[in-house]
Design a protein around this ligand. Structure first.
Ligand code: WT7
Length: 659
């Protein structure tokens, strides 16, 4: 974040007290901070009481072999029973679990807990029939339809860890994930709807399966769009329609109890190298963390609230705050298939009005987009049901926070800015809606039960008013357990930076203000955050270099008003291409398409600059800081450590010439 933004942030002095009515009835009160800090382990044991355990644990936390944690050791439970069966057993089967809203306007249905239970049991039976056994991995590549939730819960019911791959990822990205965790079964759909038109998914699965050697044995396919799959689009020995396999399966399924540490899912996320990391979450601790935070930070009143999280299920937010947290708490949620502008730019607000949404959770990039579209659009709808607004994915700038609070929240609805990561499994830093005086732009402090700090290079806490690295100083139940198949990388990535202190290094820069509240300042590693999506500079660089016309590439995340950061690439072409007199504009277009094919459309560079050289230090390290200056249209900084200090001039003049 630039110096200017930093000083703007520290000038931000608006404060918002919690609404009195909310504070009076708040689920979590101020005394929880002390209560949790006095005996953190006992606090988490108390939170674990939110779940149904088939067998109680003998030990809350085993931290004998850090950084490998075990929580609720000896306890046994089934995640799908906790999310579904126990609500039905308690007589709440008629309660709506999801108001599902399809993209086509007349396509919507409400699913009760009893119906969800039947569907999950049928899918569990069908998956068993397809050969899925406890411990097997199942890949899920789906649009935002109820069957996606059903499949996740069916996997959880069988103790078969799922790995959901965002539907916007390419066939290559899907294949690498399938291979990395050896998923023998893939669940997908023929396609999904995207701005009114069907958009195919199955062909990407076919391509991914072909690229995965003989790993994949069965593909279970939901018919969503009914689009033509073509002659080559169906393999009778491998592909099975959902309506054939699941609809006819029995709705009776006896769940097994699994160890608290049984793997629940693997979620791939970008790291600082080209290879995505498979974040492993296990059953008991993860479910405790997601249920407690969903209940506490959203002040959930399950009897009356209608909750809507707009994330895609393909990201961790969709896992913790659309599926596991809300369902464990018996929540009624909205699930929406489409985009915010289809068929009109007021669709989200229309949905809030129609279903009386009370708790709403979205991302700053969406809020900034709505700001651009204009306040008159939400003004046409009745948003008075809202009583809490959440934000996640990237720092929310004060302007967007204020707009969110004023325009969507009628100037009185509290905003909770929640900081967490795929790795943390659940929210770690956030205001408490009934307690905290909110500051626009600050995620405030670690929630009760969590211990965070901002430290300097040596791992010493920085004084108030200073910046440093964000760390988590104590283990927490929903922490990642390892990286799938790679304990060493797990230790290296998160636990080596502050090894002597035993701190978890989050990879984010942060600052403590004069009150000691935390302001997140973005990543300090080679990870970019584009529209709240995590992308690795190295991964995009390798995608570019894999193109035959590219000799070398460097990628930086440049500040972008809408998306937070945007991908900017600097590319050196191979000599034979430079010489052939071709048009750079064509090559740039070709390279953007190539990145989309290798990784997914979200990774497409906003800008690709063809350059003759890249700035490197004497040891050959690319100085991305200087490239960032160019991408952000700033005066180029200190070039004295460059091996050849004229390179930046060469780049600048070359770009000017090309404009
Ligand atoms: C990274 C984690 C957590 C679900 C969505 C993203 C950034 C996330 C905030 C926030 C500032 C935030 C951080 C973090 N981030 N929430 N409220 N304020 N930054 O999950 O893909 O694992 O990305 O997103 O940089 O490290 P993710």
């Amino acid at each position: 974040m630039s110096e200017e933004t930093l000083s703007n942030l520290s000038r931000e002095e608006r404060r918002f007290a919690p609404p009195e009515a909310l504070a009076a009835e708040a689920n979590v009160t101020a005394d929880w901070y002390d209560k949790a800090a006095e005996d953190r382990v006992a606090f988490w044991a108390e939170q674990a009481g939110r779940l149904h355990w088939d067998q109680p644990w003998d030990r809350v936390l085993d931290w004998d072999d850090p950084p490998f944690a075990k929580w609720f050791v000896g306890g046994k439970l089934n995640a799908s029973v906790n999310c579904v069966d126990r609500h039905v057993d308690a007589g709440r089967g008629d309660k709506v679990a999801f108001h599902w809203v399809g993209e086509p306007e007349d396509d919507a249905r409400s699913i009760t807990y009893a119906e969800l239970k039947d569907e999950v049991c049928k899918a569990a039976n069908a998956l068993t029939e397809l050969g899925v056994r406890t411990g097997d991995r199942v890949a899920i590549y789906m649009p935002m339809i109820p069957e996606t939730v059903v499949t996740m819960l069916a996997c959880a019911r069988l103790g078969a860890p799922h790995t959901v791959v965002f539907g916007g990822f390419s066939a290559d990205a899907l294949a690498s994930r399938i291979v990395d965790c050896e998923a023998h079964v893939v669940v997908t759909a023929d396609g999904g709807y995207r701005r009114g038109a069907p958009s195919a998914l199955k062909p990407a699965v076919d391509e991914a399966v072909a690229k995965s050697g003989d790993v994949v044995r069965k593909v279970l396919v939901v018919r969503r769009t009914g689009q033509d799959l073509g002659d080559a689009g169906w393999d009778d020995t491998r592909d099975v329609w959902w309506h054939d396999a699941v609809d006819s399966a029995s709705a009776e399924h006896t769940p097994e109890s699994f160890d608290s540490e049984h793997p629940l899912y693997v979620m791939y996320t970008s790291g600082t190298t080209g290879k995505p990391k498979g974040i492993l979450h296990t059953t008991g601790g993860y479910l405790v963390g997601s249920a407690y935070t969903h209940w506490g930070i959203f002040d959930l009143k399950p009897e009356t609230d209608v909750y809507w999280c707009t994330a895609d299920i393909g990201w961790v937010t969709g896992h913790s705050y659309m599926v596991y947290g809300p369902l464990a708490n018996g929540t009624t949620s909205v699930m929406y298939e489409g985009t915010p502008d289809s068929p009109h730019k007021g669709r989200w607000w229309e949905i809030i009005e129609k279903y009386g949404v009370t708790l709403f959770y979205t991302a700053p990039t969406a809020i900034r987009t709505f700001m651009k579209w204009g306040s008159d659009i939400p003004a046409k709808f009745d948003l008075s049901s809202l009583r809490l607004l959440g934000s996640v994915g990237e720092p929310i700038n004060p302007e967007a926070y204020i707009w969110y609070r004023e325009t969507i929240g009628a100037g009185q609805t509290p905003v909770v800015d929640t900081w967490w990561q795929t790795e943390t499994g659940a929210i770690m830093i956030s205001p408490l809606p009934g307690v905290t005086h909110g500051k626009p732009g600050s995620a405030m402090k670690a929630i009760p039960g969590v211990a965070a700090d901002v430290v300097d290079d040596e791992g010493k806490p920085v004084p108030n008013g200073s910046g440093g690295f964000l760390v988590l100083t104590e283990p927490w139940p929903s922490m990642l357990r390892t990286l799938w198949g790679d304990d060493e990388r797990f230790k290296d990535t998160y636990w080596s930076r502050f090894r002597s202190q035993g701190y978890y290094f989050a990879g984010d820069g942060a600052k403590k203000d004069d009150d000691g509240d935390i302001w997140l300042l973005g990543r300090v590693d080679d990870v970019m955050n584009v529209s709240g999506h995590r992308l690795s500079t190295t991964e995009i660089e390798s995608a570019l270099v894999s193109h035959p016309k590219v000799a070398e590439a460097a990628v930086v995340g440049a500040a972008d008003e809408m998306t937070g950061q945007a991908v900017c690439a600097f590319v050196i072409l191979r000599d034979e291409v430079v010489g052939d007199g071709g048009d750079n504009a064509d090559i740039v277009a070709e390279l953007r398409t190539h990145v989309a094919k290798e990784i997914g459309a979200i990774a497409k560079p906003r800008q690709i600059m063809i350059v003759p050289e890249l700035p490197k230090t004497r040891s050959g390290k690319i100085m991305r800081r200087l490239l960032k200056d160019v991408a952000e249209d700033r005066q180029v900084g200190d070039v004295t450590t460059l091996a050849d200090s004229t390179v930046m001039d060469l780049i600048s003049s070359n770009l000017q010439g090309g404009k």
